[in-house]
Design a protein around this ligand. Structure first.
Ligand code: HEC
Ligand code: HEC
Ligand code: HEC
Ligand code: HEC
Length: 193
């Protein structure tokens, strides 16, 4: 009998601790991709260098539309890949969403953005508040990626694709070797120009 009451008491304490833990811990919203349109609310401003307009002028912003173009469609037809704009083998390098398949997207994300800001800087729902972004350490702590050569090599292969065959790490249409310093120069978007 005594044993049973000890057991009930222990269960009660356990339940109480679990309740307190849930009540006191900050709510942990799962990380998600906000979409470039959300980043642009702050990064479309001239005072911060207007990264949004620079990105709109670079080819990452049309990377998804490319999959509906004639070159993409002809390649897919010749290789039995169906609609390239729906094939994950192409989408993984041509859209933000499929470049990080395990991360959900928020309500403002639009696949038509192609490779948006978060395709290189990481999903932004946690680091986006301005007070976090202004501090490099907290930006990194909340999943922000500053971006370097390694970021690009997820999609750009150091070598041109000579045999023009699709591989997991190689676009059939990559015609030239990838050199970080030369290629980054084309898309750079500094805060202070
Ligand atoms: C509420 C406004 C706001 C939003 C939304 C926002 N940012 Fe920022 N971000 C800032 C500010 C302010 C800075 C600091 C700029 C400076 O150094 O003057 C910054 C800095 C950055 C930096 C540089 C960080 C570093 O430490 O080098 C990157 C990269 C960046 N933002 C990317 C993004 C991306 C990607 C998104 C969307 C997911 C985003 N930002 C959304 C305000 C914002
Ligand atoms: C998630 C995949 C992905 C990442 C990461 C990525 N890119 Fe790209 N990049 C692409 C795709 C796809 C295209 C082709 C877009 C198109 O033309 O439709 C492209 C095109 C480009 C172009 C235009 C090439 C041309 O012919 O004009 C440049 C420059 C470039 N990327 C530089 C970079 C740099 C520098 C980095 C790293 C900081 C980088 N990219 C990271 C997927 C990516
Ligand atoms: C490993 C990542 C990766 C994969 C997988 C990938 N691409 Fe690409 N794609 C790129 C990059 C990076 C570029 C830009 C290459 C450059 O200009 O140097 C590109 C460029 C292209 C271009 C040329 C765009 C232009 O401006 O002319 C087309 C078309 C294309 N890809 C279609 C496809 C199709 C269709 C698939 C699937 C069968 C596919 N890609 C798979 C990364 C990828
Ligand atoms: C193709 C990859 C790529 C895309 C897309 C991209 N960035 Fe970047 N971004 C980089 C890299 C690489 C750096 C340079 C990091 C370094 O060397 O300090 C950078 C730097 C920055 C910085 C810091 C600039 C400074 O002066 O310190 C900000 C802010 C920023 N990006 C915001 C954005 C926003 C906002 C978008 C979308 C509108 C975006 N980026 C899209 C790769 C990318």
């Amino acid at each position: 009998m005594k044993y049973i009451s000890y057991l009930i008491f222990a269960l009660f304490i356990g339940a109480l601790l679990l309740f307190l833990k849930n009540a006191l811990e900050p709510k942990q919203e799962p990380l998600y991709i906000t979409g470039t349109v959300k980043c642009g609310e702050c990064h479309g401003l001239k005072v911060n260098g207007n990264q949004l307009d620079k990105w709109k002028a670079d080819k990452h912003s049309t990377a998804f539309k490319t999959l509906s173009g004639s070159r993409a469609k002809e390649f897919a037809a010749a290789n039995g890949l169906g609609d390239p704009a729906q094939n994950e083998k192409c989408l993984k390098c041509h859209t933000t969403q499929f470049s990080q398949k395990d991360t959900p997207v928020g309500e403002f994300y639009d696949i038509n953005e192609g490779i948006g800001c978060e395709g290189c800087h990481g999903a932004g729902s946690k680091y986006s508040p301005a007070h976090i972004m202004k501090n490099e350490a907290s930006f990194l702590q909340y999943g922000g990626i500053k971006g370097d050569e390694k970021t690009c090599l997820k999609c750009h292969n150091p070598k041109a694709n000579k045999d023009k065959k699709l591989a997991d790490d190689h676009c059939p249409f990559q015609e030239e070797d990838f050199n970080y310093n030369i290629e980054f120069e084309k898309i750079k978007h500094p805060v202070k120009p």
